[in-house]
Design a protein around this ligand. Structure first.
Ligand code: SAM
Length: 217
């Protein structure tokens, strides 16, 4: 089957910027207390549900994977970009990182206790999000948790330059309630929504959704 153009463009873009992205974002979580709070809450919820290991899907250079591991989870990373995966493996040699796409994950049904998708759905055209959320639902165990981070808005911004490189990449800014509704339709229960104002080096508000695949009755 032919790969959709947006996946090819996203992979090529992140392959180009991987090393510089990793360096520029290396300490970013350190000045985002609300982001760290959501990640810490996710860790607690996953540990309490005891549903299995965690995947950071669209992990990029692995900074969030490493953060989750440092908070006590067993975490692995998956990303579309081989260059991002190479950087992640070099930076966190003790963690597992694999090339893969959130559209068709090479993971068994119900095998994960948690998924983090940290700014990784932002290049998926919104009409294709139901397909991605169905895939997240498939691989998450009953009672497992999913944490999403994305840019809050309702527009497509075209990036022509980022992380020191010329690019041609669309970024979808998404309305949190629209994403929440798509997640409900995919079978998730929404436990929390955080929308925070733009912080340092951000062009607008940011959204975080904590959702769960309901436990079996
Ligand atoms: C903005 S970066 C975020 C990376 C990482 N989560 C972080 O916060 O540093 C977006 C990442 O999502 C990955 N990505 C985008 N679409 C993807 C897909 N369909 N499947 C897997 N990864 C994807 C990109 O390759 C890129 O590494």
């Amino acid at each position: 089957m032919t790969e959709p153009a947006y996946l090819r463009i996203t992979r090529a873009s992140y392959d180009t910027v991987a090393a510089d992205y990793a360096e520029i974002l290396r300490t970013e979580l350190g000045h985002r207390p609300l982001d760290r709070a959501m990640l810490a809450a996710f860790v607690e919820l996953v540990q309490a549900s005891d549903a299995g290991p965690v995947a950071d899907i669209g992990c990029g250079p692995g900074r969030v994977t490493g953060h989750l591991q440092s908070l006590g989870l067993t975490a692995r990373g998956i990303d579309l970009s081989p260059e991002m995966i190479a950087v992640a493996r070099r930076t966190y040699p003790d963690l597992r990182f694999d090339v893969g796409s959130m559209n068709a994950l090479d993971l068994e049904d119900g095998g994960l206790g948690g998924i983090v998708a940290w700014y990784s759905i932002i290049h998926t055209p919104p009409e294709l999000l139901p397909e991605v959320f169905a895939e997240f639902h498939r691989v998450l165990a009953a009672g497992g948790h999913l944490l999403l981070a994305f840019k809050a808005g309702d527009e497509i911004r075209h990036l022509e330059h980022a992380y020191g490189h010329p690019l041609a990449l669309d970024v979808h800014w998404l309305e949190p309630e629209r994403v929440a509704e798509l997640l409900r339709r995919a079978g998730f229960v929404v436990d929390a929504t955080l929308v925070r104002e733009a912080g340092r080096d951000e062009a607008g508000p940011q959204a975080y959704l904590m959702v769960r695949r309901p436990a079996n009755p």
